[in-house]
Structures are given as C-alpha cells and as structure tokens.
Design a protein around this ligand. Structure first.
Ligand code: FAD
Length: 836
C-alpha cells in the first residue's frame, strides 16, 4: 500500500489528500499541519474581520474529524514537520506538546504555502502591527477590533489582500488609510486601470498615500505613529501589514530541494521537485509561465487547488497530465468596484520584451436600455504579430468578473483576438449586449490590426504633443466645456465632415472623445478624406482623465460614519428624498430623469434638456450609473449657475438633485442667494503680466488677502508673468530657437525673479528676500503654495505660452492653461479685477 505524506493542510495540501483518496481507496494518506485548522477559507479571512462572514465556523470547510470520517485521511494538526530526510524517505514531526517522531513516505507532497513579509523596519514589533494569513492571525485582528475598538487603521501595502482588509475595516466604521510604496494600487494591473480604484478610495473617504514607503513605527502617547519616506506622519491605532508574501520553504532548502533566487521551490511540468518522489504545489512553488516561457510564481488559490489535483493523478497514474502553467487570473472586490485581470499586463510585456498592442474600451455591463446597466473599463492586450491574446484587465461595478473569465478561457487555450471577436456569449438585455464588451474590445483590436485605426494610449499623449500634434476633441461643445485637454480644439464628430477645413493637414492629429468610439468614427472620416498622421485616444477622455488626475489624497482621514453616500451639500436632509430640508420649497413638481446606462455625455445632456424645460426654482432629480456624473454635475452647475442640491450614491447609482436658478431670488449685491453659489462681488481676478519679484509678491498678497475674506480668486498669468508659475526644477522640453532665447533671457521660475527697481544685478532681490525673512514676511513661493492650497484658480495664458515657447510640462502643479475666454468668464462676475 503506497503511503503519501502531505505537508500543509490548507488549499494545496487538503486538495491533494482528497483527490488522492478518490483515486486510490487503498492509499495511506497522512497530512501534517502546523496550525490547528485544516482546509479553511483563507480567502474569506478579510470578510470575517469585517463582519460580512459572521460565524467563525463558516471559515472551516473541513475538520480533521471530517477528513477521517469522509475520506479516511489521517490529518494531524498542531504537527510541524521540522526535517526531511529524502534519502531515508522520512519526515521528522514535532507536535505542539513537544513530542517528536519520524514518519516514512513513498511520495511526499509539499504545500507549505507562504508567509507574510515583515521587513526589519524600526518599531515593526509593535503589538498593534498585524498581518493576515491564517486563522490565528484573523482571530488577533478580530480581537483588537472587538475589544480595543480602534478608530483609525493604516493598511500598508495595496495588493488584493491589503485592499480587502481596508474595505472590511472601513465596513466596521474605522477611518482607514492605505499606504503603498508603488505609484499605484494592485500592481498586477496597469496604472490607468488602477486609477479608477484610487479615485474610488477617495470617494469612500479612504486615505491613500502612493509612492511612499514606511521608514519607522514610533510609539506615541496617542497611538502608533507611522513615519513615511515623504516625512508624513500618520497616527493610528492599528496597522495591517500586507506588503506581500514569501514562500515558506526553509524546510525544502535544508533538504537540498532546488529553490529559485526568491526561495520558491522549482518544479517541472509534473510538479516534481529535483528530488525523487517529492512533489510541490501552491504558493511555495515557481513553474513555467505559458505566456513568457519563464518561471513565474502565482500565489493564488485556484492554481494551488488545480495543481493538487494533478499531483494526486501523477502519484496514482504516473506522469500523464502535465501542468500547463498558470496564466494568473485574479479578481478582487474593492468596495463597490470589481478589479480583475488575466495574463500579462502592459508593464509585464514591457519588462519581458514581449511585443504587444492594447486597447481600452468602456462597454456596459448589459444592454443600456435595460435598467441598471453600468459601464466598466476593459483593457485587452494582444501580440501584434499573430493576434494572440496576451492579457486583459477590467475594472467596474458589474459584469467585470465574467468578462475576464471569458477572456481567460480564450487566453488559456491560445486564442486570438479574432476568436474573441467571434466569441458567442449568452445574451439577453439584462445580462449583456448583443455585441458583448469582450467582442467589442476584440473588434477594436482587429481594426488596429487591419490598419483601420491608430490607437494611442493615455501615456502617449505627451509624445504626440511634442510631435506638434493638434489635440482634436470630438465630443459635444457641452462636454468640452466641462473639461478638456490643454490646448485641445473642439469639433464634434457630428460636425467634422462640414468643418474639415479646420483640421490641419500639415501636423499630426490626435483625436479624442468620451470613451473612444466617437474618436474612432471621426478618425475613419479623416482617413478617408486623406489625412494620414491621425490617431484615436484609446479609452478616451474617461481613461485619460482618471490616469492623469492626482491619484493620492493626503490627509483624507474621514470617520466612516460620514461616508460619501451620506454626504450632502447641506446639513439637514429630509429622510428619503435626498433633498435638504432647509431650502425654500421648490417651484412646481420635481422632475425625475433616469439616465442609468447612459455613458457620458448622456446624463449631462439629459440634465440640460430637463433644466431647459422647467421653471426657475424647480428641482430636477437625475439618476446616473456613470461614476463621473457627480463631478460633471458640480462642474455643470458652476458653469451654468444652477444649484446642485445634493448627490448621493447607492450601489453604483448616483442620484443628483438640481435646482434651477431663481433669478428673482438672486439680488445683485454681495450676498449669496443660495448657499454655495457665488454672485458678483464674491470673486476677484488678477492678471499677472509682470515677472518682477515685487509685483509678483503684491499679486499673491492680494490673492491670499482676497481668499481670507471669502472671495474666490482667479489669477491669469500672461506674457512675462509666465515666469512666476514655472517649475523650480528645469524640465527638458524641445523648443524652437525663439523659445530657447526666451528661456535664456527670462527668469526660470519664481525663485529667480528680480526687483522692478533697485535690482542691482540681483543684489536688490537678495536683500529684499533677507528683509522679508527678518520681518517674517512669507517668501513668494510660500505665498504661492498657500494660495494654491487655499484654492486659487491659476491659469496660464495659452497664447502667451505658445508665443514664448513655454510648454505645459514647465508649469507648476495646479496651474491650468486657458484662453482669454476663461479669464473673461471669471472677470465677468468678479467684483475686483486687477492688472499687475
Ligand atoms: P496555504 O493554503 O497557505 O497552506 C499552507 C499550510 O502549510 C499552512 O496552513 C501552514 O501552516 C502549513 N505548513 C507550512 N509549513 C509546514 C510545516 N513545516 N509543517 C506542517 N505544516 C506546515 N487566492 C485567490 O486565488 N483568491 C483570493 O481571493 C484569495 N484571497 C486571499 C486572502 C487572504 C487573506 C490570504 C491570506 C490569501 C488569499 N489568497 C487568495 C491566496 C490563497 O489563499 C493561496 O494562494 C492558497 O491558500 C495557497 O495554498 P497553499 O496550499 O500553497 O498554502
């Protein structure tokens, strides 16, 4: 009777034992597990902490007793294997009681898993710093949550488990901050696919620090202080350390089993180690990736369980079925979003030197006309040489997992984008569209392969600008007004045929629209009209805007009791209506508009249409499934001077209440007719024309003073004034001769400005700065920082920038570019307009 010993009794180990018994009733099977539990749901641990899974018992799928009763498997918990003797084919076991003994085997299966990394950071041994891997780990977390009742928690590491923990702590009413050393969360997906998650975390009130590592943990009277590399200090009551795992393979190493440089057990296609009769599965191993042909660890439960099944087969039947390798398909819930991926990401392709093309689309979870459709972002990567699918990633609220599963099925079988284009999915309006998002992404890929379109990704826009491309925004003028790329020209796709003369033929043209479709339509028109150097932005404004917006949200600790879906624009809200109680009664009946399923600009267009139809003082309630709608709604109200009364969110549906402006209730003067709306006299504009230090100082003294009196301030930097808002560090940009001349002759930034009088070759400016320090007057740069922080709207004149060869990249963070219209818009309602 063959005897198999298995080390590790959870995912890989338990599955091996169960399959082995099903294949061989006579086999002797012994499982050693160091902990007290076997076959438990480690993937469910975060949800137990959050109270989503309420009964601890539900985590345990099997017990040693059940293993014995149902499968006749000898499971020995609290039994650590402390030594292997491959020559003698024995393992040494130490029980929790201290008793040690040896056990022989014919076949040995290692499934020891991985352990959380705990780098030697000063203070890391503090009892408030916890990891999540096993049942005892989560018991500790639960105990802290139930007894110490922490108000603040910091999750370090924003991988899948870190974010699941963040969500579950938040569910418990804890103010959560996430700290990540990389520039994005969930590193398995590409940056632009992680960007919506960054914004979602902000929407949920979760603090997010990216590109910031922990330097030290310091005990503090009021909590535990986390010192970050940026010198930010976060005070917290609890830390969840989730910065990755390392294989638990000390035992294998000591026994002479071959490991890779990172300590993973190296296995062949039959999951055999280098020592005869010894197999390994799960998080501890590294196997060849079918996509790169190189070893790639995949610490996921799916592969561990499937490897276990194959090893059992091999032990019983010999090497018949090889392990093809894992394509790394994963999914996670992050608050209301689902993030999923399969295969290679763009950054992995770049790292491995694998040729790829990619496209991003934003399809609906099901037919737009059927209620409740929500859009998700889907990125598809393929090999341009043969069209084979390389990978896919998706993020959204609904339908994400099934799309990634469908693509994973194609990818796993070596499918191409042509196969995916023909993929016949189950369709009825509540479930999908006749052309599913997966088909749609594949159609785009085919169009690219056939040369019908040149698709450009969001991070190539700057390169197109450097090439001198015209950015052509083919959305509607209303969408353009709500936000557009600096320097873009607006010709909507419905007008482009009539306005072809406005599209230059002597420079490249980069088209963009909301999500990529209208840009493609416009590109096809241009190409057929003889334009050749033209391209379309993949994923459109939606992807570009999410990826280029600020990603972190320093200091956004917010008690969870005050969650975004509870946040109103006023304090008192009448129950159920979503409308603040203290407003004057609306005029006439409220108009309800349901735009769910409509993509941008659908909701805004519907809103405008409804507002045009109703009388002043009437309320319009708009429901939208577009996450960007809440921001667009505010921007639209700012421009149109209508009132956004409230925005609420529930299960991915945003409900915004608007009130049409009541001109009669808005007397000219200094008071606001409706709280939150600015009227004439509440604004100040300053044109900064000069690059003299004293004049720049005066501008910012006035700006900060105006802010302090509650005014909204717009500063417009034009001609020489552009020097004031240039970055301190030199940015490399390509310039023409005159641009280079201006660069040489003008001050490079605010720190290099001269006085308008008594400058004496810079000595005057130096003396002035000394004097300001002596009189404790803030330096210009400090004044500028204060102004930016307080919300001064700073705009650099686009025309002056072009004349003087100043590039967008040279401007300080927070400075926008605009034309005279943007100045006039602000000046038109301002009570103070200054030219300095
Ligand atoms: P494990 O399941 O970790 O089992 C290893 C066992 O071996 C341990 O219990 C350990 O005590 C025991 N052991 C180690 N050395 C010895 C020894 N010398 N003697 C005796 N016993 C020993 N994956 C997904 O695909 N999806 C998810 O949603 C997901 N969520 C997760 C959430 C959390 C919180 C965690 C921790 C993991 C999650 N995973 C998820 C990963 C998944 O759980 C692992 O990939 C999987 O459990 C690996 O199986 P394994 O058998 O290799 O290791």
């Amino acid at each position: 009777m063959a005897k198999t010993v298995i080390i590790g009794g959870v995912a890989g180990g338990a599955s091996t034992a169960a399959r082995l018994r099903r294949l061989d009733e006579k086999a002797e099977i012994v499982v050693f597990e160091r902990g007290s539990h076997v076959s438990y749901a480690n993937c469910g641990l975060p949800y137990y902490a959050g109270g989503v899974i309420q009964e601890r018992e539900r985590l345990f799928l099997m017990t040693p007793q059940k293993f014995r009763d149902i499968l006749d498997v000898d499971v020995r918990v609290d039994s650590e294997v402390i030594d292997l003797d491959p020559a003698a084919k024995t393992v040494s076991v130490r029980e929790r009681s201290g008793r040690e003994y040896a056990e022989s085997y014919d076949s040995l299966v290692l499934s020891p898993g991985a352990e959380p990394m705990r780098p030697p950071i000063p203070g890391i041994d503090d009892a408030r710093i916890l990891t999540v891997r096993s049942v005892p780990d989560i018991d500790r977390v639960k105990d802290v949550l139930d007894t110490a009742r922490p108000e603040r928690a910091v999750v370090i590491g924003a991988g899948f488990i870190g974010l699941e923990m963040a969500e579950n702590l938040w569910e418990r009413g804890i103010a959560v901050t996430v700290v990540e050393a990389l520039d994005q969360v969930m590193n398995v997906v590409d940056f632009e696919m992680a960007a919506p998650v960054h914004h979602h975390l902000r929407d949920k009130g979760v603090g997010l620090y990216l590109k910031d590592g922990v330097q030290a943990f310091v005990r503090d009277e009021s909590g535990l202080k986390i010192r970050l590399a940026s010198e930010t200090e976060l005070l917290t009551d609890l830390v969840i350390l989730s910065i990755g795992v390392k294989p638990d393979t000390k035992l294998a190493l000591a026994a002479g089993i071959e490991l890779d440089a990172r300590g993973h057990i190296v296995v062949d296609e039959f999951l055999r180690t280098n020592l005869p009769g010894i197999y390994a599965v799960g998080d501890a191993i590294v196997a060849k990736s079918p996509l790169t042909g190189k070893p790639m660890p995949v610490p996921l439960a799916g592969p561990a369980n499937k490897q276990a099944r194959l090893v059992a087969d091999t032990i019983v039947h010999g090497p018949r079925k090889p392990w093809k390798g894992s394509i790394a398909t994963a999914v996670a819930k992050v608050f209301d979003l689902t993030v999923a991926c399969t295969g290679l990401s763009e950054k992995l392709c770049v790292r491995e030197g694998i040729p790829f093309r990619s496209v991003i689309v934003h399809p609906g979870s099901h037919a737009g006309y059927y209620p409740g459709a929500q859009s998700y972002a889907l990125k598809l990567l393929w090999n341009p040489e043969n069209g084979k699918i390389l990978g896919a990633q998706a993020v959204g609220r609904d339908g994400v997992d099934k799309r990634i599963d469908a693509i994973a099925a194609h990818l796993g079988m070596g499918g191409s984008v042509h196969d995916l284009a023909e993929f016949e999915h189950a369709y009825a309006p509540p479930f999908a569209s006749a052309k599913d998002g997966t088909n749609y992404a594949a159609f785009c890929a085919e169009n690219i392969l056939e040369g019908l379109t040149n698709s450009v990704s969001w991070n190539q826009v700057e390169a197109w600008k450097v090439r001198g491309a015209l950015l052509l925004d083919v959305r509607t003028p209303q969408e353009f007004e709500l936000g557009h790329m600096d320097g873009a020209r607006n010709v909507s796709n419905t007008e482009i045929r009539a306005r072809l003369a406005e599209v230059p033929r002597d420079r490249p043209v980069l088209l963009y629209c909301g999500v990529g479709l209208r840009g493609y339509l416009a590109e096809r028109i241009l190409r057929q009209e003889g334009f050749t150097d033209v391209a379309n932005l993949s994923g459109g404004w939606k992807t570009w805007q999410a990826a280029t917006a600020p990603q972190t949200n320093p200091g956004s600790y917010r008690p969870a009791q005050q969650r975004p879906h509870d946040i109103m624009h006023d304090d008192t809200v009448s129950e159920g209506s979503g409308v603040p109680e203290n407003l004057p009664a609306p005029v006439g009946p409220t108009l309800h508009v349901d735009t769910c399923g409509l993509q941008c600009p659908g909701p805004i267009i519907s809103l405008k249409k409804a507002m045009d139809e109703v009388a002043p003082g009437t309320r319009v309630v708009v429901k939208s499934s577009d996450a960007g709608f809440s921001r667009d709604a505010q921007a639209w109200c700012n421009i149109t001077k209508n009132r956004l009364v409230s925005v609420t969110e529930e299960k991915g549906i945003w409900t915004a209440v608007f009130e049409k402006n009541r001109p009669a209730a808005a007397p000219a003067g200094l008071t606001n007719p409706v709280p939150g709306m600015f009227v004439s006299g509440d604004e100040a504009t300053i044109i900064v024309f000069s690059n003299d230090l004293d004049r720049a100082l005066a501008s910012f003294v006035i700006a900060n003073g105006a802010l302090a009196t509650g005014k909204r301030v717009t500063m417009f930097f034009t001609f020489w004034g552009l020097s004031v808002v240039k970055k301190r560090e030199k940015v490399k940009v390509r310039k023409d001769f005159m641009g280079r001349m201006f660069d040489m002759m003008l001050p490079g930034n605010a720190n290099a400005l001269n006085l308008s009088q008594m400058n004496f070759g810079g000595v005057g400016a130096w003396l002035m700065k000394k004097r300001m320090a002596a009189f404790q007057v803030d330096r210009l740069e400090e004044m500028m920082a204060a102004a930016i922080k307080a919300g001064v709207h700073m705009t650099a004149c686009q025309m002056s920038m072009e004349l003087m060869g100043v590039a967008r990249e040279e401007l300080m963070e927070g400075v926008e570019t605009g034309g005279v219209a943007s100045y006039l818009e602000a000046a038109g309602t301002a009570g103070i307009n200054l030219f300095i």
